[in-house]
Design a protein around this ligand. Structure first.
Ligand code: ASC
Length: 150
């Protein structure tokens, strides 16, 4: 049993850890990469959130497309937060690297909510989008509160 879990864990570690580490030539590239991904995600999420808030006219197709892009891009920033990428100009707090389990948990929650938002936007229901936007925005905020410098 123990051997099996260790083997599974090792397989998972290879799958998930190797692509995320040693992926960038220098820390500045990792910082630029994660900031770029988060920017693209925010632009798309923000458009849908603007519609949910009535600040942008609701267009179901644009909302669905934007939420789908935000969902996909929500998978990308994390490779840029790998080991060794904590030095450089950014608002990333050291806690990202010292409390990695909590940070990863936050990142996972955001992606889960982003997936729900994409599904809601696909239905075209503005009411469902509003609920999902609030839940998703909550995950952005709680992670920023703990892990992003002001
Ligand atoms: C955004 C954005 C965030 C979240 C957050 C929601 O559009 O850039 O960080 O929503 O403000 O509370």
């Amino acid at each position: 049993m123990k051997k099996t879990s260790a083997a599974i864990f090792a397989a998972l570690a290879v799958t998930f850890v190797v692509p995320a580490s040693a992926q960038f030539a220098k820390p500045e590239d990792a910082i630029k990469y994660r900031q770029s991904a988060l920017f693209v995600m925010q632009q798309n999420f923000g458009r849908v959130a603007g519609m949910a808030a009535g600040k942008i006219p609701f267009d179901a197709k644009v909302a669905a497309d934007s939420a789908a892009v935000a969902e996909y891009v929500s998978k990308l920033p994390w490779a840029g937060f790998g080991a060794g990428y904590d030095k450089g100009e950014s608002k990333a707090k050291p806690a990202i690297w010292t409390d990695k389990a909590k940070f990863d948990d936050n990142a996972g929650k955001m992606q889960t909510e982003m997936t729900k938002l994409a599904a809601a936007a696909k239905t075209g229901s503005l009411d469902s989008i509003k609920v999902a936007v609030n839940a998703t925005g909550g995950t952005c905020k709680s992670c920023h509160d703990d892990f992003r410098a002001k």
